[in-house]
Design a protein around this ligand. Structure first.
Ligand SMILES: NC(=O)c1ccc[n+]([C@@H]2O[C@H](COP(=O)([O-])OP(=O)(O)OC[C@H]3O[C@@H](n4cnc5c(N)ncnc54)[C@H](O)[C@@H]3O)[C@@H](O)[C@H]2O)c1
Ligand SMILES: O=c1ccn([C@@H]2O[C@H](COP(=O)(O)OP(=O)(O)O[C@H]3O[C@H](CO)[C@H](O)[C@H](O)[C@H]3O)[C@@H](O)[C@H]2O)c(=O)[nH]1
Length: 333
């Protein structure tokens, strides 16, 4: 059974990937500093090494102790406005973190890596849908630091015989369809989580940032991808590398866009009640529309999404959020 080191495995996407690895017969080991992740997101029986991925000696030790054959690297800081306010912290965590990880991998002789990248590397796409070879012009320190990490990995790969699949995620949402994990941090900012909060009465209304974009209904359009499909894309990328496949950079989306208003309608439908919303000015730095050219990931990895539907994404997000809300609501009753 191949052991896989999962950095950031106590976080939202990493914990879903840990489950997907276990479902696929791999043995995950989590390395996480618990800065935004939570210990309870790591399933019982999965080893958890608490520490900083920038610590190359710690990474090397974890890889050797657990005889890891590959790494999935999720650990990062990822809140866009925070990256604007605290660029040095973001560059340190996302670039120095990746550097420490790579040093540890080279020292331990581990040469296969799946890296969490983001559509934020593209900035404001000139052409839609956006393909992997489109120009990368990030518009915030988060996207810039992730792009720099991609390039650092590319240099290390060339010199040290590493192979890496970088997956550029589009808008990740939803929760584990079996209810085992999901977003755990309060204070949601992503649209689907915010809309679920409003549907569950945990906030008054959803603020719609702009209805005057050049899109079909004037609101922002995004390519939402189910977190469980993203996790199986990681497993497919891992298998590709273990089978001797070469490095690749792949968009991870479904290739379809949904507007803010259509997301709100989907949440209303799933919740069976209205989601109040108010129109506000555009949010700074928001592109009008971001949609993936999503063919390459399917062709190269044979990835077959199982939850490619906005209703599924929203339904699973709502079920998870409702479950999280239940104890608090019972306490209030
Ligand atoms: N959530 C999204 O919409 C989205 C979109 C595109 C890309 N991504 C990428 O996916 C990855 C995971 O994001 P997420 O949404 O699960 O976020 P998250 O905050 O839930 O998970 C990040 C995890 O990494 C850990 N971590 C952070 N810095 C660390 C460090 N220096 N050492 C060890 N552990 C550290 C945190 O404690 C947390 O468990 C990130 O690399 C992010 O850039 C996320
Ligand atoms: O309360 C809200 C929250 C969001 N939106 C709108 O909903 C859309 C999606 O916004 P999110 O905040 O959910 O997500 P972003 O598109 O801003 O960003 C996410 O997707 C990007 C790729 O498209 C990157 O991956 C990035 O890291 C990730 O946070 C945007 O049009 C935004 O203006 C609202 O109207 N109200």
């Amino acid at each position: 059974m191949t052991s896989v080191l999962v950095t950031g495995g106590a976080g939202y996407i990493g914990s879903q990937a840990v489950l997907a690895l276990m479902d696929a017969g791999f043995a995950p080991v989590v390395l996480d500093d618990l800065s935004t992740g939570l210990r309870e997101a790591v399933p019982p029986g999965v080893p958890l090494v608490v520490g900083d991925v920038a610590d190359a000696a710690l990474v090397e030790r974890a890889l050797r102790d657990h005889r890891a054959g590959a790494v999935m690297h999720f650990a990062a800081s990822l809140i866009v406005p925070e990256s604007v306010a605290r660029p040095l912290a973001y560059w340190r965590n996302n670039l120095a973190g990746t550097l420490g990880l790579l040093e540890g991998c080279v020292a331990a002789g581990v040469r296969r890596l799946v890296f969490s990248s983001t559509a934020a590397v593209y900035g404001i796409p000139e052409v839609l849908p956006v393909a992997e070879d489109a120009p990368c012009r990030p518009i915030n320190p988060y996207g810039a630091s992730k792009l720099a990490a991609e390039r650092l990995i590319g240099d290390a790969a060339a010199a040290h015989g590493l192979s890496c699949v970088a997956l550029r995620y589009f808008n990740v949402a939803g929760a584990d369809p079996l209810g085992r994990t999901g977003r755990r941090r309060p204070g949601a900012t992503h649209l689907i989580a915010v809309a679920c909060d409003a549907a569950l009465g945990r906030r008054d209304a959803v603020t719609v940032f702009g209805d005057d974009y050049d899109t079909p209904d004037g609101t922002g359009v995004r390519d939402y991808v189910h977190v469980a499909d993203l996790a199986t894309a990681h497993v497919a990328a891992l298998r590709h590398l273990l089978d001797g496949g070469g490095s690749a950079t792949l968009n991870c989306g479904y290739g379809r866009g949904h507007s803010v208003l259509s997301v709100l309608r989907a949440v209303e439908h799933a919740a069976g009640r209205p989601v109040p919303h108010r129109i506000a000015p555009r949010r700074a730095g928001d592109p009008p529309a971001v949609i993936a050219v999503a063919d390459r990931v399917r062709a190269l990895l044979g990835w077959q999404p199982a939850h490619d539907s906005l209703d599924r994404i929203v339904g699973d997000a709502l079920a998870w959020e409702g479950r999280l809300a239940a104890p608090a609501m019972r306490a209030l009753a």
